[in-house]
Design a protein around this ligand. Sequence first.
Ligand SMILES: [Zn+2]
Ligand SMILES: [Zn+2]
Length: 809
Amino acid sequence: MRYAEVSVNSPIAQRRTFSYAIPAELGIDVGQAVWVPFGNKLLQGIVLELSPYPAVEETREIAAVIEPRPLLSPAHVLLARWISEYYLSPLFDAVALMLPPGFERKALTFVSATSIPGDFDPSALTPEQSRALELVRRRGKVSLRHVEKTLGRKKAQAIVSQLVKRGLATRSYELESVKAGPRVEPFLSLAVEASEARQEAARLRERGRAIKQVRLLEYLAQQTEPVPWAEVRQNVNRDKAVADALVRKGLVTWRQVKVRREPISYQDITPSPPLTLTSAQRSALEAIKSALAEGKAQTFLLHGVTGSGKTEVYLQALAEVIGRGKRGIVLVPEIALTPQTIERFASRFPYRVAVLHSKLSLGEQFDEWQRIRDGEFDVVIGARSAIFAPQPELGLIVIDEEQEWTYKQDDKSPRYHTRDVAIRLAGMTGAVVILGSATPDVETFYHAQRGDYHLLQLPERVTPRDGSAMPQVEVVDLREELKAGNRSLFSRALSQSVAQAVANREQVILFLNRRGGATFIQCRSCGFVLGCKRCDVPLTYHPAEDMLVCHRCNHRTPAPQACPRCLRRGIKFLGIGTQKLEQEAGYSFPQAGLLRWDSDATRGKHSHDEILSRFRRHQADILIGTQMVAKGLDLPLVTLVGVVSADIALNLPDFRAGERTFQLLSQVAGRAGRGTLGGRVIIQTYAPEHYAIQAASRHDYASFYNQEIDYRRQLRNPPFSRLACLVYSHTNDAWCQRQAERVKRQLAQEIDSQGLDIELIGPAPAFIHRLRGRFRWQLILRGWGLSEFLSGITLPQGWTVDIDPLGLV
Ligand SMILES: [Zn+2]
Ligand SMILES: [Zn+2]
């Protein structure tokens, strides 16, 4: 094999590889990282294929190997190709997902001296060449930057090239060093024998001098190893000047010691044995075990209500896979919100769990990556990108809360969905996938119903309490409140219940889904929401123009003054934010301590944990929050959850609005009654009859699913089609619209001439019409084979393509 197909780290490379010749002296493998000349630059590349023939006539040579050991496994090479083809992303973007953290760095060029050839004539060199050669020979190896400093930037390059040509020097390349290395902490230790330190301390003490120094010396004399300064501060002495004084006397030294920040502190964790399973858990586990025994790729949906013991099934399935000499990857929606889950895994598999956490420094992430690749961990836990961890002998992938939207990367290329990537990867490695959820994604459940995935059900909580396994849910019709003259944010039922809970020294969560807060207008009297007649989605209100806009078809209409249905005025009720809610709660419940939890309140590093632990310690009675409060928290004192408005999620112009509402309400409802006190949920809405709200209030996934899948079928939305969302952005709005219309005509022609069954929807302004100073217009494609169709089309600069978008807003 004399040629390599290389994915090159350049924006020009797009979805293709480039052919390079392999120099005779280099051993090249698939998955290896190399330096390749590209234009007039030297760039990083990953070898994806070896071949006896180049794909083009003229090739250049691979310049050097970055790391001898391949960075991508053969399965990862296939996976990267699939991601690039399916999500239409540049190939290197896909490859980069699997590289060690901090890999994408610049090349540093070094120049080394060679042994001087016998026929060398020094007088043939120019004075500058001689100077450069002397510099290189004196040191053996210098960086090109160093030569540049001596000779000037432009000249240095040319002179080094001449020396290389004459065989007097060679070039080599290294990665720039990682900027953030491991963390270093100051340690203190004695610079003298302990006995000498004790004598000195005794001498000082006798003279009654420097008593702080005496104490520090005596303390250090008792230690067998250097002590972290933080520990010294805690135990004997807080004053750094005291330590420095002893350093000046030559009795003590500072040491900088590299510390590894362990994501898991095993000190506080006691190993836990497997629990006894319920019969439902047992039969689920048996099905998974037999799939593991077969060793063929298979996907399971583990559908279990909150508290039904899904995690125990994951744990025992992992134990099984480890027993078979393989390893697992466990994905969670957001690592910062799941410390309790991580502890459970760590206590079941002590010292065998790696946690991929974005709060580790780059250097630490890099170390962790290496250790995973070396097979040091049975289990890797992390958020979506952990699916690309270099876990060898992969046997099991668990995706917990598989319906969560964080599993889709939608802010940058590649816009992949972790679930689909995991199923692909399992297909390539023969691994088993477990998708776990209490409220599965509608598409996932559809596939499970059809038998594409195996459906496993855990219908009951492991420890039902007092006959009421799930919290009691009450739906309050806000139209009735208005009729009764109550204009506050809190219905009578909610106010009374909050006051009662606070009086009982119990805790309350007030939930507000702020996303898209003020985008639709709704009649406060009858709950009517204006929708587009053509598209069957709510119209979005644009306050600046006082207009309503359809974000599907660009239909525009002035906002009415009165409600078209009940003819009352007051239709422009625009919802509220968390700050306003906090204000009103303070006014309505003056005795209660309030705590707000939203992204504004959690800017700092540990704020999540801080806010949560303050609430857990009962330093506040009412927690006010957005989506975050809905996620996996165990708060035993919470007996009441109030959903202030269920309608915000419901009225997004998106085919997933019903699903999103159902999931949010189900999750929020799951927060109440986790302790022995039981729980209650109150949902306030103008649309109490809506199927998503009804089903959530009865904890009835099946009835929600049946209704939802019917609508999806009728409207030909996923899973009965696939979608692609094309967005064009530009600083000029009119230009943006014209460009979007032009591309629509181009696509329409193409679809027509190929005779494809693909629908084009739009163009229309994107739901977030203006983002960071640029206007955005979108086109939606609906049908099958969208990636294939779009891969044959060259879109002008400025377009982004999202295959299988999460939603259309
Ligand atoms: Zn009305
Ligand atoms: Zn429309």
